[in-house]
Design a protein around this ligand. Structure first.
Ligand code: ADP
Ligand code: MG
Length: 386
């Protein structure tokens, strides 16, 4: 039953957010890209109606009867299964609801392996969700589109795992393309693939993982969300997306200073995302460095989600010859990215490593990522989903 020949292998990438941080849950704009680190799921058939998930990430497997998924996820983060398994099992649960009658759910063994580092701001969570979503969509004949599968991933993360995140990560992981970013309007869910042209410009994206871990679903993240909601309410708008740079003067007069600075980050960051797309189209990626740096400064000073390691990474990368750099992901640790001319990668890496050492920080993990294809079936066994 468990050693049956696999039905196939599906995979989905992690993502790096080029620009647009914490704008997603404010109905704003983001510009992430899928990376060349992926989470793969090999699926084998079972003779019963049980879903079993295993992962190289955690030795404890989980088995749940498909008919028991609704009860399991009657509330978020059930204690009866290991926490990691709520990601793939939550996707199965959300996918059955999204597909309704059309899905033919049957028992499966899912074996998961990943090259996406966990908790580094590269969204290993979206990678596992989207890999499982494309696999189950095909095997259960759910017939959902990539956009719908991205929503399934978010539903799983929000309601099964219990992490209040937006839909950016899943959108990038589902819709990414080679040497391109995915512009997402988080209100309309309209997407547009934006060519990055890194290859032609001779640029690499360097990820500097500070190895400082973040707790995305707790603490600071919830506080920032609450500040944004308070700011929107004070301005009488549904979401901060509805404000423009011209509204900032009035905003400063109707809320406390801390809330105002949170609001200012979101409003200016939305403007920077739009500007980045425009500059990429008109002048190419060598011209977006200032926008990346301004984004970092805004997160450091206004949104206050950076940490000294991330600031050091950005400053040292620029000293080493980067075109631009910023922290990426939810903040409070995780990674920074730097846009680096191919022949300066070694210098930038050395500059960052030396600066960390001089500050007494743990040696960071520095590596390049390539904007890459989104979720798909890996083996030639079947057609990829729509
Ligand atoms: P990230 O920034 O990497 O997305 P999250 O906290 O959102 O960080 O998600 C990380 C969690 O996702 C892990 O703690 C684990 O529960 C789950 N996860 C990610 N990748 C895997 C994997 N390959 N196998 C099992 N669980 C995984
Ligand atoms: Mg995540």
């Amino acid at each position: 039953m468990t050693d049956a020949a696999p039905l196939g292998v599906w995979s989905a990438p992690g993502r790096v957010n080029l620009i647009g941080e914490h704008t997603d849950y404010n109905d704003g704009f983001v510009l992430p890209f899928a990376i060349d680190a992926r989470t793969a799921v090999a699926v084998a058939p079972r003779t019963d109606e049980v879903l079993r998930v295993r992962s190289s990430f955690d030795e404890t497997p989980a088995s749940v009867p498909i008919a028991g998924l609704d009860e399991l996820f009657a509330s978020a983060a059930p204690a009866s299964v290991p926490e990691w398994s709520t990601y793939p099992l939550g996707v199965a649960w959300a996918l059955r609801h999204a597909a309704g009658e059309s899905a033919s759910a049957h028992g499966l063994d899912l074996a998961i392996a990943s090259s996406v580092p966990v908790g580094a701001g590269l969204s290993s969570s979206a990678a596992i969700e989207c890999a499982v979503a494309v696999a189950l969509d095909e095997l259960w004949n759910a017939g959902l589109s990539k956009r719908e599968l991205a929503r399934v991933g978010r539903t799983a993360e929000n309601e099964a795992v219990g992490a209040p995140t937006g839909i950016m990560d899943q959108t990038a992981s589902m819709l990414g393309e080679t040497d391109a970013a995915v512009f997402l309007d988080c209100r309309t869910l309209e997407t547009e693939v934006v060519p990055l042209g890194l290859s032609d410009a001779g640029l690499e994206v360097l990820v500097i993982d500070t190895l400082v871990t973040h707790a995305h679903s707790t603490g600071g993240y919830r506080e920032r969300r609450a500040s944004c909601e308070r700011g929107a309410a004070a301005m009488g708008v549904a979401a901060l997306r509805d404000l423009t740079l011209d509204d900032l003067e009035r905003a400063a007069s109707v809320m406390d200073d801390e809330t105002f600075r949170r609001v200012r980050h979101i409003v200016t960051e939305n403007a920077r995302v739009i500007e980045t797309v425009r500059v990429l189209r008109s002048d190419g990626p060598l011209a977006i460095g200032e926008l990346l740096l301004a984004s970092h400064a805004s997160m450091r000073d206004d949104f206050e989600i950076s940490v000294p390691e991330l600031d050091t990474a950005v400053e040292a990368a620029m000293v080493g010859g980067a075109v631009g750099a910023r922290m990426t992901g939810g903040g409070f640790g995780g990674a920074a990215i730097a846009l680096v001319p191919r022949d300066r990668v070694a210098e930038v890496t050395d500059a960052v490593t030396a600066a960390f050492s001089a500050s007494g920080f743990r040696t960071p993990r520095v590596f390049t990522v390539r904007p890459s294809a989104g979720a798909h079936r890996d083996d030639p066994g079947g057609a990829s989903p729509r």
